[in-house]
Design a binder for this molecule. Structure first.
Ligand code: ZN
Length: 134
């Protein structure tokens, strides 16, 4: 795990995920970034399996930003190992299957994005929604 007060400070040699940039993974609050390599490896594996662009709408969140957006106090986003992935242009069932295969263990189902994380195995959200039938 490496923390930088701003994503622009991340040394190039530390970044090994070709389809993602530090700015995308950094907090949308203060621009800080916590790099969780194992989680980013899973995100890259998901991207490699999909073979299509993946838009991450929220990844690391600094504590102030997490509170501002209504994140849970113990949100995995604060640990840097959670990602919200936009579903537009993707098949939901495929996204979930690929996320599981990539090693993600926590899932939150939302209408426009899938939350994935590396925390304890659990899931929440609109599983009953027919758009998430699988
Ligand atoms: Zn999330």
């Amino acid at each position: 795990m490496s923390f930088f007060a701003h994503w622009s400070q991340v040394p190039e040699r530390l970044w090994r995920w070709p389809d993602f940039a530090p700015a995308e993974i950094a907090s949308r609050g203060d621009g800080s970034i916590l790099i969780a390599p194992d989680a980013l490896d899973r995100l890259q594996a998901l991207r490699d399996a999909l073979r299509r662009p993946v838009i991450v709408t929220s990844a690391y969140r600094d504590p102030v930003h997490n509170a501002r957006v209504g994140g849970a106090p113990l949100s995995r986003h604060k640990a840097g190992d959670a990602f919200d992935i936009a579903l537009r242009g993707h098949d939901r069932a495929e996204m979930l299957e690929v996320a599981r295969a990539a090693g993600f263990t926590g899932f939150g189902f939302y209408s426009s994005f899938l939350h994935v994380d590396c925390g304890p195995a659990r899931q929440w959200g609109q599983r009953g929604d027919k758009s998430w039938t699988y």
